[in-house]
Ligand binder design. Structure first.
Ligand code: SAH
Ligand code: SF4
Length: 371
């Protein structure tokens, strides 16, 4: 059985063409799946009965199952998905007055091991499939009622998608690119490139490929104004240092749908938040059209960092803005439900592993740093 959520529209066209179907059929099936949230072939009423019967024998439409759906007081809603083998990934829906943003995951765990990141501390399990990436949006659209609305009203519920959940999208580039194509396709979700953002810690060759294959809005996790500090915080920097990363950002902008890169900068008390470091950052990024998004550090069990104080964050932002750099500070939303990168999944893993520990005491792996 194939999972049709694994195909972009081109893949679906090829799949149906191999069964003698014309390309418009792929568009029809895609609209049923993605625009109307249909998972039952019998419900695809304008598709010929014999094709529906064939599809039932060959294919399924199977997103990952939601295993937790938690609402914070501020409206933020966090979903946890079962991706099998004891792995869970998360998506966070952030409703605002004028838009709704969904943050989705691209990997179960992450191999890049940034020192302040809960996902990184869980280690790498595996890449998500296209169906698991796109399926998060599919499921959340159902959960928030976007499919019930069946039209323009529903479209407005989730207006933006950011690949900023668990994992490094550019380490799972092929599946990420196919998933992005589904998000953008008019016969699927029809999102504009400007409203879909990939966040990366800076895999330079993959960033060039993303630019060539499917450029969308770009966020880069900078977090430090020089290589020696970034080497410690974001270890992939040892392979692709800042000079290479910033040059890749400039190349990306040649084809990007927006004319700036968003630099994410996690605010770690006493580590990267001094006035001198703000000035160093201005000098470093002078040649790259950019905006800054300061992210107050989200502590998690076992983390050794502290969040910078609001006064320090404000001062840091003021220095950037005085130099003409547009700077926003991320609201710490969903704090009461641990809506930070990797945290809820971390807890589930925790529980699973505590059970595992009791049951299979000899099979413990010394991997879990964040417990
Ligand atoms: N792997 C990608 C995307 C997922 S992480 C990347 O690193 O960009 C999304 C963002 O959350 C990144 O900017 C990351 O650095 C940040 N982040 C990770 N752990 C965090 C924490 N504990 N507190 C605040 N931000 C964190
Ligand atoms: Fe991976 Fe991003 Fe976390 Fe770094 S910050 S470990 S790249 S998910």
């Amino acid at each position: 059985m194939v999972n049709l959520l694994d195909f972009d529209v081109e893949g679906l066209t090829a799949f149906l063409a191999a069964r003698g179907e014309k390309p418009f059929r792929a568009k029809q099936v895609s609209r049923w799946m993605h625009r109307f949230g249909q998972s039952d072939f019998d419900g695809m009423t304008d598709i010929a009965r014999n094709l529906r019967e064939t599809l039932k024998t060959l294919a399924v439409i199977a997103p990952p199952a939601i295993i937790a759906d938690t609402r914070a007081g501020d409206g933020t809603r966090k979903f946890l998905f079962d991706v099998g083998g004891g792995n869970a990934v998360e998506a966070v829906f952030i409703p605002e007055d004028d838009r709704g943003t969904l943050c989705i995951s691209t990997q179960a765990g992450c191999a890049l091991d940034c020192s302040f990141c809960s996902t990184g501390k869980q280690g790498f399990n595996r890449n998500l499939t296209v169906a698991e990436i796109v399926g998060q949006l599919w499921q959340v659209r159902h959960a928030v009622g976007a499919y019930r609305e069946n039209g323009s009203q529903g479209e407005r519920l989730i207006t933006n998608v950011v690949l900023m959940g668990m994992g490094e999208p550019l380490s799972n580039l092929d599946n990420t690119v196919s998933a992005l194509r589904v998000l953008l396709d008019d016969h699927a979700y029809g999102l504009s490139r400007r409203r879909v953002t990939v966040s990366t810690s800076g895999l330079v060759p993959a960033l060039d490929r993303l630019r060539d294959e499917c450029p969308v809005a770009l966020a880069v996790s900078l977090h430090a104004p020089n290589d020696s500090l970034r080497d410690r915080l974001v270890p992939i920097n040892r392979k692709y240092p800042l000079s290479q990363l910033l040059a890749a950002c400039r190349r990306y902008l040649e084809k990007a749908p927006r004319d700036f890169v968003t630099f994410e900068y996690v605010m770690l008390d006493g580590v990267n938040d001094s006035e001198a470091q703000a000035n160093e950052l201005i000098a470093l990024t002078r040649e790259v059209p950019c905006k800054f998004n300061l992210i107050p550090f989200n502590p998690f069990p076992g983390s050794s960092y502290r969040r910078s104080s609001p006064i320090r964050i404000r001062r840091f932002a003021e220095i950037l803005m005085a130099a003409g750099v547009v700077t926003t500070t991320r609201k710490t939303r969903g704090d009461d439900i641990d809506a930070a990168c990797g945290q809820l999944a971390g807890q589930v893993l925790d529980r699973t592993e505590r059970t595992a520990r009791r049951t299979f005491a000899l099979r413990l792996e010394p991997r879990e740093v964040c417990r």
